[in-house]
Design a binder for this molecule. Structure first.
Ligand SMILES: NC(=O)C1=CN([C@@H]2O[C@H](COP(=O)(O)OP(=O)(O)OC[C@H]3O[C@@H](n4cnc5c(N)ncnc54)[C@H](OP(=O)(O)O)[C@@H]3O)[C@@H](O)[C@H]2O)C=CC1
Ligand SMILES: O=C(O)[C@@H]1CCC=N1
Length: 272
């Protein structure tokens, strides 16, 4: 039996970073073919990248792309979604629309598309670019079980995907949606610390990044909580205990909590 997806055709409106990650993941997973996918972007450069890299159909005409497909991923920036939906106003015909725009609520989308359109909101994150994403889905009541399964399959092709209530999606945006940026801040600082203590910059960056991958993998594999792991390290490793003491005195934990809170509030503002 063919493993190819039988859900028809997919258009991705906005051919930027997330579109590239998703299209790459879908094709690599082998469940969609390039012939099933069309991506649109304003820029010829982005269209060329997506066409040359993946062989998918590309275009500048969002209306044409949507008319030729059953499932639509809205992958433009949040500030552009209203204009795109206005442009597409007369193009809908029982579509499934999956929006990945930060902060944009299902109720807000519902007011801008006809009643026969089914809606799912997703918050992915940047590591989707390398197949290590974390995506959280929230389905509108209009979406069917099959729609949710289809959407889960799409985002599982670029990492892990789970379903949560929509009211949690701003906090998800503050944590996993924006979190890769905080980890990069931490990695830069860890690298700076290594350089300060005598390591070459390239080595320090490599050590910091692989340490983060290793620590996260350990945590996921163990099913344990971060604080339990920290206690284990404290008990067994005097240098790490001294380092953690320095972090606690600098209130590094509070700084990260503030980062998640601030990004969550910003996501709420985008949807207001
Ligand atoms: N990047 C991330 O880490 C994450 C992003 N998201 C969400 O994903 C969405 C896309 O983000 P990302 O891929 O990073 O953004 P990008 O800016 O990389 O991609 C958006 C693309 O859409 C194009 N575009 C703008 N207007 C239109 C239009 N009217 N029709 C078609 N294409 C258009 C843009 O072109 P141009 O640049 O020329 O304007 C750009 O190439 C956003 O809503 C964001 O909130 C969600 C989670 C994580
Ligand atoms: O570019 C964005 O909108 C993303 C979504 C989460 C954080 N930043």
């Amino acid at each position: 039996m063919s493993n190819t997806n039988r859900s028809g055709r997919l258009s991705v409106i906005g051919g930027g970073q997330m579109a590239e990650a998703l299209i790459g993941g879908l094709l690599a997973a082998g469940r969609w073919t390039p012939e099933q996918i069309t991506a649109t972007d304003l820029s010829q450069g982005r269209r060329d990248v997506l066409h040359d890299r993946f062989g998918v159909g590309v275009g500048a005409d969002n209306r044409e792309a949507v008319a030729g497909t059953e499932t639509v991923i809205l992958a433009v920036k949040p500030q552009v979604v209203a204009d795109v939906l206005e442009e597409l106003r007369s193009c809908w015909n029982h579509h499934l629309v999956i929006s990945i725009a930060a902060g944009i609520r299902l109720a807000w989308l519902r007011e801008r598309v006809p009643a026969d359109v089914r809606l799912i909101r997703v918050m992915p994150n940047a590591p989707a670019l390398v197949g290590a994403g974390m995506s959280v889905l929230a389905s509108h009541e209009s979406a069917t079980v099959d729609d949710e399964r289809l959407a889960l399959g799409l985002f599982e092709s670029v990492g892990r995907a789970v379903v949560l209530e929509e009211e949690l999606l701003d906090a998800v945006t503050g944590l996993s949606g924006s979190g890769p940026a905080y980890v990069c801040v931490a990695l830069e600082a860890l690298s700076d610390g290594g350089v300060k203590m005598g390591l070459p910059r390239a080595s320090a960056q490599r050590l910091a990044a692989q340490t983060a991958v290793g620590a996260a993998s350990l945590l996921l594999a163990s099913g344990s909580s971060p604080s339990r792991w920290q206690e284990t390290v404290l008990a067994d490793c005097p240098p790490a205990a001294r380092g953690i003491d320095a972090l606690l005195r600098a209130q590094a934990g509070s700084a990260l909590i503030n980062a998640v809170s601030a990004a969550t509030r910003r996501s709420r503002e985008l949807g207001a």
